[in-house]
Ligand binder design. Structure first.
Ligand SMILES: C[S@@+](CC[C@H](N)C(=O)[O-])C[C@H]1O[C@@H](n2cnc3c(N)ncnc32)[C@H](O)[C@@H]1O
Length: 204
């Protein structure tokens, strides 16, 4: 395995997110209504079940559950998962390292989503996540993330998180999604610096 997605790098990420779990409620304050509004605009069929990758405190997973979707959330930061479980009892959460996504069967969930995961990863790990999401989802892959640099505070937090935020912003989402076999069906700004991309997945 290449260095960029080595166990050491992932352990460091896990430690970082367990450490910042105490300030997560502040981040949630603005993100919560933004996720809810975006899902209302997308108006996806509640019959479609959802797998939320890097669910954190379950904010996006909870927004889907509130709309009637059956949802499962995966993350490896146990302190965030504990908060998630308390806040969103309707969602099933599992401690899971996303390097192990190949263990999840093809087309086993209608929608695979991820909120603010990709910007913290290098290009190789982003490709791993997106191509696995494309394989696991039978209908859609839904990605929420930055599309332009945030204010000083955001840039500081992202600098502390790791080195990949500038490279993520500079890369073309269309190219990255395309390389993973995903077509962008719809994209719009859902918050000040955030965009949502709805992609088609499943057998073509
Ligand atoms: C910025 S947070 C986003 C959390 C949530 N999706 C949200 O929108 O509030 C990124 C999340 O990715 C998770 N994560 C990063 N690398 C991961 C990996 N290899 N396996 C599982 N979770 C991972 C972190 O633990 C963290 O919860």
């Amino acid at each position: 395995m290449k260095k960029s997605i080595s166990k050491d790098v992932r352990q460091k990420t896990r430690r970082f997110f367990n450490l910042v779990s105490a300030i997560y409620p502040f981040i949630e304050r603005s993100l919560d209504p933004a996720y809810r509004n975006a899902l209302a605009m997308l108006d996806l069929d509640p019959q479609l079940d959802v797998l939320d990758l890097a669910t954190g405190t379950g904010l996006l997973a909870g927004s889907f559950a509130q709309r009637g979707h059956q949802v499962q959330g995966l993350d490896f930061a146990d302190k965030l998962l504990q908060q998630a479980q308390k806040k969103h009892p309707a969602v099933s959460f599992r401690s899971f390292d996303l390097i192990n996504l190949p263990e999840i069967p093809d087309n086993s969930h209608a929608i695979v989503c991820m909120g603010y995961l990709l910007h913290g990863l290098d290009a190789e790990f982003r490709h791993h996540i997106l191509s696995q999401a494309a394989r696991i989802a039978s209908n859609h892959v839904l990605v929420f993330d930055y599309w332009r640099p945030g204010n000083l505070f955001v840039r500081f937090i992202e600098w502390v998180e790791g080195p990949h935020y500038p490279g993520f912003l500079a890369a073309s989402r269309r190219d990255e999604f395309g390389r993973a076999g995903l077509d962008i069906l719809r994209a719009f700004e859902f918050s000040q610096n955030g965009k949502v991309w709805l992609c088609g997945a499943g057998p073509s």
